[in-house]
Every structure is written in structure tokens, then in C-alpha cells.
Design a protein around this ligand. Structure first.
Ligand SMILES: *[C@@H]1O[C@H](CO)[C@@H](O)[C@H](O)[C@H]1NC(C)=O
Length: 301
């Protein structure tokens, strides 16, 4: 009969776990593809109430088709404050008095990236508006709901939030996300809100799609004045080694949302853990040296 008691206790534990997850709502931005899409499905399977924000109708429909009826999709453009306000309204109705347990700021874009003198001001602001100002706007508007639940904020930065390896707005935006998240964590600790930063290495997602990046580099190149073109030689090429296993990153996100003691920083992937993050602690001349070799290669191709 001790065995029976033991089983019933284990049973009670899992029922409680299941109930506590069923009370928890998580709002994720950028669920059209990549980390956001996978995390939405992963948390949905675990029993969370997932509120998945997509930029496109197609993204929302594709995700809804793969998820349980509990998962709700909504449309969100993080560069549009009014669109965020409408999302807060929808989420607020869903969560009621419980508040929002988790906010995952995952939406992001990479292009235009490339050498700095290929850029115009608009190329910087296009990326900063989504990756940094978007994160700040979404966070500020959702904070009252998060305070209610003493919830979690999970912000997707990058190893490029520690090392500026490419020109354009991307690294700036990710350095900004790191700084914003650190301030937020310290300011919100008092209210019981925990803030985690995810720093993935290079993974195969829409952000690293070489065809898109190269197509955009071509656009920048054709637009360049002749003298700058001449200073570069004949062209360029890019290569990034990307890991296809993006679940390494969504597992970090899940830990940040579910662990009793979530970490402040998660590095996703072996390249981040063993190479990029250690490199970011070394003096600048080391990363400058490694990177100049890279750029040299770009010039010669
Ligand atoms: C997002 O909102 C901005 C600002 O209102 C607008 O310029 C942009 O076209 C919108 N993007 C999409 C994909 O709807």
C-alpha cells in the first residue's frame, strides 16, 4: 500500500503541474517561422496557453493548423504602436485577472546587413525599428499584465549582441536589446518579474537565410556610387555556418519560462558557448584580427 500512496502522490504532482501550466499564458512575437514558431508549438504541447503573434496571415494560419485549439494566433506588427495596443487588448481579455505569465520578444529581422559604407541611414533604422524599438514598445505596453502575474520576460538577443561582426543595424539592435534587458531585469526585480536574455549563435532561420541576405547585398551593391564600388573590387560573397537544430534555442526559452531560477543569460548552440561568447571576453584586437581576415576574403571573392 506504500506503493499505492507513492503512485497517487506522483499522480497528484503531475495533475498539479498540468493545472499550473493550464493557468499560464505566454505571448510570443514573431511566430511566423523559426524560433517563435517552434517555441509556440513546443509550449502548446506542454499545456501552456500560447498567444502566438504573427506578422502575416499566412504565418498565423500555418501555425494554427499545426497546433491545438488552445493556441491562439493574432496579427502583430511590432513597429506599429497601435497594432501592439490592439494585441494588449486581446491578450488582456484572454488572461483576465491572472495576468500574463510570459512575454517572449522574438520577432526580428536581419537585412540590410553588409559593410558600413554600403549603408544609408534608412538601412539602419529599418532594422532598429523592429529589433530594438519594437522590443521596447511591446515590453512597455505589456508590463502591467506581466506585473499582475509576477511573470517572465524573455528577450532574444544574439551573440551579435556581444560582438559586432557585421555592419548595419543588426548588431546595434542586439547590443541595445542586451542593455534594455539588463536595465529591465534590475528595475523589475522588485515586482517579482524575471528577465532573461537568449544569445543564440548562428542557426538556420529566416534571419540567417543566405539567399535573402545575398539578394539584399546585391541591392546595396548596385546602388553604390562608382568610387565606393571601385574601392571594393568586383564583388562579394558570404558564408555562414548555421546549425539546423533550432530546438537548442527554444529549450533555453522554455527553461527561462518554467525554471524556478531562470538564468539572466542563455547562450544557444555550441558555437555560441565555445567560441563566440569566450571571444567576446577577449581584447578587441583578437576579434578585430579574426574579422579582418574574413573581410579580406570578402574583398578577394
Ligand atoms: C508595420 O507598421 C509600419 C508602421 O506603421 C508600416 O510602415 C509597415 O508597412 C507595417 N508592416 C507590415 C508588414 O504591415
Amino acid at each position: 500500500s506504500t506503493e499505492v500512496t507513492c503512485y497517487s502522490q506522483i499522480g497528484a504532482f503531475w495533475v498539479l503541474m498540468w493545472f499550473s501550466l493550464r493557468q499560464k499564458h505566454v505571448f510570443i512575437t514573431g511566430c511566423d517561422s523559426g524560433f517563435g514558431e517552434l517555441l509556440a508549438r513546443q509550449l502548446d504541447q506542454k499545456g501552456f496557453h500560447v498567444l502566438a503573434a504573427c506578422l502575416t496571415e499566412k504565418g498565423a494560419a500555418d501555425l494554427a493548423a499545426k497546433a491545438s485549439p488552445r493556441l491562439k494566433t493574432l496579427l502583430l506588427n511590432v513597429t506599429d504602436s497601435e497594432s501592439i495596443r490592439r494585441a494588449v487588448e486581446v491578450v488582456s481579455k484572454e488572461v483576465g485577472q491572472r495576468g500574463l505569465w510570459g512575454l517572449v520578444n522574438n520577432a526580428g529581422r536581419s537585412v540590410p546587413i553588409g559593410p558600413t559604407d554600403w549603408m544609408q541611414l534608412d538601412d539602419f533604422t529599418a532594422v532598429l525599428d523592429v529589433n530594438l524599438i519594437g522590443v521596447i514598445d511591446v515590453t512597455l505596453q505589456f508590463l502591467p499584465l506581466l506585473k499582475k502575474a509576477q511573470g517572465r520576460v524573455v528577450n532574444v538577443a544574439s551573440i551579435l549582441g556581444r560582438l559586432s561582426l557585421i555592419g548595419g543595424g543588426y548588431c546595434l539592435s542586439k547590443f541595445g536589446v542586451e542593455a534594455f534587458s539588463d536595465s529591465l531585469r534590475r528595475d523589475m526585480a522588485h515586482f517579482g518579474i524575471k528577465v532573461s536574455i537568449i544569445e543564440p549563435g548562428f542557426f538556420k532561420t529566416a534571419v540567417t537565410r543566405l539567399d535573402l541576405i545575398e539578394a539584399d547585398l546585391k541591392r546595396l551593391w548596385t546602388r553604390l556610387p562608382q568610387d565606393i564600388k571601385a574601392s571594393y573590387g568586383t564583388g562579394f560573397s558570404m558564408g555562414i555556418l548555421c546549425s539546423p537544430d533550432i530546438s537548442k534555442v527554444t529549450r533555453c526559452m522554455e527553461h527561462a519560462l518554467t525554471a524556478y531560477f531562470p538564468r539572466s543569460r542563455y547562450s544557444g548552440g555550441w558555437d555560441a558557448k565555445l567560441f563566440w561568447i569566450p571571444l567576446s571576453y577577449l581584447p578587441s584586437f583578437v576579434s578585430d584580427f579574426l574579422q579582418c581576415k574574413d573581410i579580406h576574403k570578402v574583398h578577394q571573392n
